[in-house]
Ligand binder design. Structure first.
Ligand SMILES: Cc1cc2nc3c(=O)[nH]c(=O)nc-3n(C[C@H](O)[C@H](O)[C@H](O)COP(=O)(O)OP(=O)(O)OC[C@H]3O[C@@H](n4cnc5c(N)ncnc54)[C@H](O)[C@@H]3O)c2cc1C
Length: 393
């Protein structure tokens, strides 16, 4: 039964990916957002993957989501990234239990019945990557009259901004009862698209993930009720931290998908390309075969690490006994998968030759999109340091 469901999810991801892949070049050329991908996702039910069955979702395991997202990354990595963030934020909200029951049920109901999308908007111009621990300049000021909050600020890199219904934002919490000199607390709030004062500024003009609509989210005097406050951001126990971090694995999976797509494309290319100096396909040349071997080696290393660490992250005994190791391994997986995918795309382009630079072939998109992995947390330097510290303990 489990194998059957895993295959169903993978098959659906493959169908969606292939359709999205056909549309990606058209949207990139036109500078448009692929809204229809989200309609397909809604209709297919894929957006409820990480919602437990008791709430009307599919209750997919982390391993099933990682496998599905790796396949989806082969089509349109931008769409896959938006979907990953949505699925992972839901997964985290359920796992941590930080949200109120009412808040969680309401969001899950809207995802299940309307295909509402959610993402976390934490990055800001001042903080850079929030994974570094910078305090948000976005503020949430308590209003003693209403018991609610007034929110002001600007978030960058809000992936999926054109189609998100829910924006989970971080803010420095300002409460009148906080004693002077107390360091600001960081809390999270759940905002909805239609709230007055919330708007999207279309700033996303990026080399990579061009179709992700990762625009700025501007918050001007957004008034929210007390229920919008999800609570202070807490690290949690080492086990909770490891589980939360493990929801980064579906992001790594996308970059593996990008590398795999490049390898598939170039294999076909090499079989069909017959220069008249050779009168046989370039796939028969030794230096091309060697490059293809190196490319497969990179992908093998990425794939094995991705699925092995996903397995560890699904093992409750391992989480319980080795949370710090698991957290470091999850970071290392993101590092390895991203960098090996970049290597695989580079090799695919070398096999293809000059045509790899053509805007009419997809290799240039894989090249650009694979780079984006470097900008998703955890950052490479932090990963290596954590791994090194662990090794020396
Ligand atoms: C495609 C894409 C989608 C994204 N989607 C989202 C999203 O949906 N929501 C969201 O909140 N964020 C998102 N992000 C943003 C991401 O999480 C980072 O905030 C963003 O990439 C900026 O990180 P940075 O390291 O370049 O920051 P910067 O602060 O600009 O860093 C500049 C350089 O300095 C280094 N540096 C900065 N601070 C430190 C430090 N304290 N210690 C050591 N080195 C440091 C960095 O490593 C980097 O080399 C997305 C990013 C990308 C690329």
């Amino acid at each position: 039964m489990k194998t059957e469901r895993r295959q169903q999810i993978y098959k659906l991801a493959a169908e969606l990916a292939d359709e999205f892949g056909k549309r990606a070049a058209i949207h990139e050329a036109a500078g448009t957002f692929p809204y229809e991908n989200y309609e397909d996702l809604r209709q297919s039910g894929y957006l409820k993957l990480s919602i437990p069955e008791e709430y009307g979702g599919w209750g997919a395991s982390l391993a099933e989501i990682v496998a599905g997202q790796a396949r989806m990354g082969e089509g349109c990595a931008s769409t896959a990234l938006t979907v990953t963030m949505h699925l992972s934020q839901i997964g985290r909200a359920i796992q941590t239990g930080n949200w109120s029951k009412a808040q969680l049920e309401s969001v899950l109901h809207n995802v299940v019945t309307k295909g509402a999308l959610l993402n976390n908007a934490a990055s800001e111009p001042a903080t850079g990557s929030p994974s570094r621990g910078g305090i948000p300049t976005t503020t949430a000021t308590f209003d003693p009259t209403s018991g609610g909050w007034r929110i002001n600020g600007r978030k960058t890199y809000t992936t999926g901004a054109p189609i998100l219904h829910y924006f989970m934002i971080t803010a420095a919490v300002q409460h009148p009862e906080t004693p002077e000199g107390t360091p600001p607390k960081v809390g999270s709030f759940l905002l909805t698209r239609e709230m007055p004062g919330l708007r999207i500024e279309e700033t996303w003009n990026s080399l990579a993930m061009r179709l992700s609509g990762s625009h700025d989210l501007v918050l001007e005097e957004v008034q929210v009720g007390p229920e919008a406050y999800l609570g202070p951001n807490q690290k949690g126990t080492p086990q909770q931290q490891a589980c939360s971090g493990a929801w980064g694995l579906p992001t790594a999976a996308i970059y593996f998908g990008v590398g795999r797509a490049a390898a598939k494309y170039v294999a076909q290319w090499a079989r069909e390309r017959v220069p008249n100096s050779l009168n046989k396909p370039i796939s028969e040349l030794q230096h091309i075969q060697e490059k293809a071997g190196q490319m497969e080696l990179a992908l093998l290393s990425a794939e094995n690490t991705l699925f092995k660490v996903t397995e560890l992250a699904s093992d409750s005994a391992y989480i319980e006994t080795q949370p710090a190791r698991l957290a470091a391994l999850v970071g290392a997986t993101k590092y390895l998968v991203t960098n090996e995918a970049i290597k695989a795309v580079d090799l695919a382009m070398r096999i293809c030759g000059g045509a790899s630079l053509s805007m009419d072939l997809p290799l240039q998109r894989y090249y650009r999109d694979s780079r984006a992995g470097l900008g998703n947390p955890p950052m490479d330097d932090a990963t290596i340091l954590a791994l090194g510290k662990l090794a020396l303990q």
